[in-house]
Design a protein around this ligand. Structure first.
Ligand code: TXA
Ligand code: MG
Length: 515
């Protein structure tokens, strides 16, 4: 395909420049291609009544020509020119949802060429709300076919820049009206069946239809991964968009999702894999591994719909191997979000609880008398081990009156091994340290007994010797020369190696290998 010059024209929907609209309209009337903003996604416009214009549309997108186009109108009366046997509920639906993110399917009239409908006797019709779209449609003669203005197999464009990335050099003009409002394609409702059936979820939900016309059906092939039936909207059968990286949706309650994704990202980073995370404003601070992108805020799922395709496009630019995504509420616009996400993931999901279940311990606390030498040394040694799971590792003391830095000799020994206790401040062990997911390892028997006496038995409290099955006594170097700290270090180093092995064997099942 020869490249052409793609004109880019900025346009402000609050102050529409008639000259720009006229220029774009003339191109469409001449059978050329113009991308334009709608409230859902950018569309690749062509005159819907010219067969040849449809052919060009398929070519520019690299899209199979059995995948029909949506015809966009600006005035309700125009519907009658392209559709026949329009059912009576249509008026009510149009009154509520047009102009807006709703596409309805009807039997087509003779006026609509088969090139536009992909050979079908039905036609999909939408009346977009964006005023730029409406003005353009009028300037073009009233009927503009427009698929999403992306290359087939890429996420739909939500900005003019996305359109340019995909179609620059292949189409005549892009009207740049800034970022779109909704960010996901329109809801498609098949009006040729009774009751009408949703073929593609979008911003207008089943509940919204039901409040206007009573029950509607939902195409069952939308819901399952391995349906043998073909979806009713031909476009829904294609694995719309496959990210370059493997995309996996992590499902569960939000707390579990965060814990599971943290673990998955940790495991990936440990193996030197590059991992991406689709997170939200609320969950962003919880992730410390991988490339984390904020898709929107959970307080308003509309922002997530708006951000989804942008984030997926951004990840295609990075060399991530795997992207883990949180999941979203299956209500309202959330249904459409999950539908697009699941299509992008090829329906790959993983239950967050499966991963969380394997993580018996999430924090490891070393307990010594004053939390000034052996405890902090053990903690620092463990932090430098290669662990298969992420742990919060710290130390506590049984008799800490006020916070103090680590013992200087202990620090000197750690420094000589390229570690440091510089940031350590001793802290008293208390009730808060007795959490369910804490493994408490004491330096000597006396701390263990004290904890059990004060906080009750049945918790995960062991001496370090007991837990590692190595009975080498950990000498107390307090008040002794530096060499005593050195000897203590040697013993701790050996016990911590055994501890790391043991911890790694606990998580050996490695849920993140996603069965
Ligand atoms: O929000 C939208 O609908 C955007 C903007 C530009 O309006 N357009 C859009 O078009 O998403 P496209 O071509 O990317 O998706 C149209 C979907 C496809 O899945 C197609 O198979 C289906 O609509 N479709 C079109 N005509 C149909 C028909 N007669 N019967 C069943 N499905 C149809
Ligand atoms: Mg599309």
């Amino acid at each position: 395909m020869n490249l052409m010059e793609t004109k880019i024209r900025k346009i402000d929907k609050n102050q529409i420049d008639k000259n720009v609209i006229e220029e774009a309209g003339a191109l469409l009337r001449a059978g050329r291609l113009v991308a334009f903003p709608t409230e859902t996604v950018y569309g690749l416009g062509a005159d819907a009544l010219q067969e040849e214009a449809a052919r060009k549309t398929y070519e520019a997108k690299g899209r199979p020509s059995d995948n029909p186009l949506i015809v966009h109108i600006a005035d309700y009366e125009d519907l009658k020119k392209i559709a026949v046997n329009i059912p009576p509920e249509t008026d009510m639906l149009a009154a509520h949802f047009w102009p807006g993110p709703l596409t309805m399917i009807f039997e087509k009239s003779e006026l609509v060429p088969y090139g536009t409908t992909g050979g079908l006797d039905t036609v999909a019709v939408r009346m977009p709300e964006d005023p730029v779209a409406a003005e353009l449609i009028r300037a073009a003669g009233g009927f503009v076919s427009a698929p999403s203005a992306n290359t087939s197999g890429r996420p739909s464009p939500t900005t003019a820049e996305h359109v340019e990335e995909d179609l620059g050099g292949k189409i005549d003009m892009i009207l740049d009206g800034g970022a779109v409002d909704i960010g996901l394609e329109s809801t498609i409702l098949d009006m040729t069946v009774s009751p009408p059936m949703i073929l593609r979820p979008g911003a207008i939900t089943a509940e919204m239809f039901e409040s206007v016309i009573g029950p509607v059906d939902v195409d069952s092939t939308l819901l399952s991964a391995e349906s043998s039936q073909a979806p009713k909207a031909p476009g829904m059968k294609y694995r719309h968009y496959a990210p370059k990286a493997r995309l996996v949706i992590v499902e569960g309650d939000l707390r579990e999702e965060i814990l599971a994704i943290r673990q998955l990202a940790f495991a990936a980073a440990r193996e030197g894999r590059k991992v991406g995370i689709i997170a939200t404003s609320e969950t962003l601070p919880f992730y410390n591994y991988g490339i984390v992108k904020n898709v929107g805020t959970r307080e308003n799922e509309k922002t997530i719909a708006r951000g989804l395709y942008r984030v997926l496009r951004e990840f295609d630019e990075e060399d991530t191997d795997t992207i883990y995504s949180e999941s979203f509420a299956a209500q309202g616009i959330g249904k459409a979000i999950m539908n697009r996400l699941e299509k992008a993931a090829g329906h790959q999901r993983i239950a967050a609880s499966e991963i969380v279940k394997l993580q018996k311990y999430r924090r490891i606390t070393f307990v010594s008398g004053t939390d000034s030498a052996r405890g902090p040394m053990a903690a620092e040694l463990l932090r430098h081990r290669d662990l298969e799971q992420e742990y919060v590792i710290h130390s506590r003391g049984m008799v800490v009156l006020f916070p103090e830095p680590a013992n200087q000799k202990a620090e000197a020994i750690m420094k000589s091994a390229q570690m440091t206790l510089e940031n350590h401040n001793s802290r008293q062990f208390d009730q808060e340290d007795m959490q369910e997911d804490a493994l408490i390892l004491t330096i000597s028997e006396s701390e263990k007994e004290k904890i059990l006496a004060e906080y009750g038995a049945g918790k995960n409290v062991y001496t370090l010797n007991e837990f590692t099955g190595d009975n080498t006594e950990i000498p107390d170097p307090y008040g002794k020369p530096l060499t005593a700290y050195g000897e203590c270090y040697e013993v701790l180093d050996r016990l911590i190696t055994r501890l790391a092995d043991k911890l790694n064997s606990i998580t050996e099942e490695k849920a993140w290998q996603e069965k």
